[in-house]
Design a protein around this ligand. Structure first.
Ligand SMILES: NC(=O)c1ccc[n+]([C@@H]2O[C@H](COP(=O)([O-])OP(=O)(O)OC[C@H]3O[C@@H](n4cnc5c(N)ncnc54)[C@H](OP(=O)(O)O)[C@@H]3O)[C@@H](O)[C@H]2O)c1
Length: 261
């Protein structure tokens, strides 16, 4: 496939680029600092997505089968870039006649209010007691601006007529690709607190030609330590409730340790 990868210098972006090149995709990489690119794509386009407009991005997108974006604020000064940059990307895609877009969001965003979704559900059906009532409020307070940016980015997607998918990972790690993780449509993974950047990239590439993921948010996480690991994609309600609650209790301390670390 002909792919355009935005933010190809980031943790997930580098994985997207390396994995896509490795399996033979024809890749155009877009980055604001192209000398930080990890592998040699077919083409490189330099763009700062905080300010880029359609005319700058169109040459990077024209002729692509699909676009992937791992854009996100690296620093406080970058906050807002996910929504602004994704808006520019979607407009450039519409102007170029390219429809497929897969982006990275984050696990808490399903319950974060935004201008386009002012009254989201209070709780994500995939989050257990500890996440809902202890971890989530703390993390959301600490990362309020970052999550508001990602929630507005999802507004941009919903407001477009593109075939978009937003992947919502929990805490990211730098572990190697395994291809073994859980995914769920429209909700987080019960007990899933981590996933590697490499596995998120793996799933994003895999989802490209899966029409069932169009216009969907997808929870993704490594399966919990004591469960058999499988690679699967299930609709909400797949997880057995009792097993999930037990998992929540086991993972409660891990979650709190992680947040207060
Ligand atoms: N960290 C977590 O545990 C976690 C959990 C869930 C979701 N997420 C989300 O996942 C996203 C991707 O994660 P990651 O680890 O791959 O992030 P990352 O390593 O911080 O990468 C962010 C990417 O965005 C690019 N970028 C930022 N501002 C830009 C701008 N103005 N113009 C062009 N490019 C710009 C960066 O480019 P440069 O290389 O030039 O800086 C980099 O390529 C995060 O940003 C976050 O929104 C993170």
């Amino acid at each position: 496939m002909k792919l355009t990868i935005f933010a190809a210098t980031g943790g997930i972006g580098r994985q997207l680029l390396e994995q896509a090149v490795a399996v033979g995709h024809d890749v155009t990489a877009v980055a604001r600092n192209p000398r930080n690119l990890p592998a040699t794509p077919s083409r490189v386009v330099t763009a700062d997505l905080a300010t880029a407009d359609v005319a700058v991005l169109q040459p990077a997108i024209r002729g692509a089968d699909a676009v992937l974006s791992a854009l996100g604020a690296r620093t406080k000064a970058d906050t807002g870039v996910a929504a602004r940059g994704t808006k520019a990307i979607t407009e450039a895609m519409r102007a170029s006649g390219v429809r497929r877009l897969v982006v990275v969001s984050a696990a808490p965003i399903g319950t974060v209010p935004s201008p386009g979704r002012p009254h989201p559900p209070r709780h994500d059906p995939g989050d257990g007691f500890v996440l809902r009532y202890l971890a989530d409020p703390i993390v959301k307070r600490a990362l309020r601006a970052h999550y508001a940016d990602l929630a507005e980015m999802e507004d941009v997607l919903r407001g477009s007529d593109l075939d978009w998918t937003a992947v919502r990972p929990p805490r990211l790690t730098d572990k190697p690709v395994t291809g073994r993780y859980w995914t769920a449509y429209g909700q987080n993974i019960r007990g899933g607190l981590f996933v590697s950047r490499a596995d998120v990239a793996h799933y994003m590439l895999r989802a490209l030609d899966q029409p069932e993921t169009y216009r969907q948010t997808i929870g993704i996480a490594k399966s919990a330590a004591r469960l058999p690991e499988v690679s699967c994609s299930r609709a909400p309600g797949f997880h057995d409730d009792l097993r999930a609650e037990n998992q929540d209790r086991r993972l409660a301390l891990v979650a709190l340790d992680d947040i207060y670390a």
